[in-house]
Design a protein around this ligand. Sequence first.
Ligand code: SF4
Length: 381
Amino acid sequence: MIRRKTHEVRVGNIGIGGDNPVRVQSMCTTSTMDTEGCVRQILAIAKAGGELVRLTTQGVREAENMKEIRRRVREAGCNVPLVADVHFNPRVAEVAAQYCEKVRINPGNYVDAARQFKHLEYTDEEYQAELQRIEDRLVPFLNICREHKTAVRIGVNHGSLSDRIMSRYGDTPEGIVESCMEFLRICMKHNFLDVVVSIKASNTVVMVESVRLLVKAMEAEGMTFPLHLGVTEAGEGEDGRIKSAVGIGALIVDGIGDTIRVSLSEAPENEIPVAYTLLQAARLRFTKTEYISCPGCGRTLFDLQGTIARVKAATSHLTGLKIAVMGCIVNGPGEMADADYGYVGAARGKVSLYKGKQCIEMNIPEEQAVNRLLEIINRDL
Ligand code: SF4
């Protein structure tokens, strides 16, 4: 996989884009006026491995309280960058930019009026005048960010496109992309590059198509802004996880995406292990041992599930290693792909152990096989 070339955006003590690993983030579900609750949740997300935490800032009061939340989080020894999520009110963004490492604004409602599903007619001149109005409102915010070294996320949501964009482009991926590009062009014009971009939708097909289109649009205009990926309103449990894996996964395996959020209707810290599992499945970040195991069939020579459980119990601390458990010698060795080590059924009660594609111990009794595998791995470490 060749990752899309992006420039690095510094967000507090971490970098997004460039050569940095794909960053994992989540968002608090607490009220931003509930300082205690927010601090507790931020620490829980950070403890789970979250590398950025976003909080909603509906008004200036919430944006101001970010200062206290940040102070308390730092006091607790946690340096995770905080992101303020702003809708509708540039003034809130300007306050938050002083206290947070990153501010997310939504082009759909930053300057444009709240969506009323009205069809608006603009002449080209009138449309240009609207863009000028956006620029006049955005530039003071960018200057505050520049002064405080605060990064920005231009985050478009399919569900909150402005009437202005909808009237001109319709409810289309092109409209979603243009909503984003209008803001990015202003950032480029004013040489403000500390911007991460996102396009989210609850419909994974729209999300994937729009992000691909955005990448082309940015390329055409020489932009290398890093991308934040996510599927909104993905739901919870297995459904939410699969939806996110489809949307984020489709892009990430093409090398697109520099930070991800797996949105779940659950405790926010639950999102973090899912994000890391997704990144590991895409071979982008290795945070645990990877297991490759066959589904079993009539040829399987041992209790597959019990064996996988025993192998996992003995090796789950070996972050980054790929260990295969295959039910038979007929297809196992060929199908265990790029496993570092393999545990393969050789005959009833007998197991062969592999290092890469090479068999290094044949027909050892099943009861001894897990321990032997661990000895071999330890010898190599
Ligand atoms: S590796 Fe062997 S036991 Fe496992 S599914 Fe393939 S043929 Fe069946």
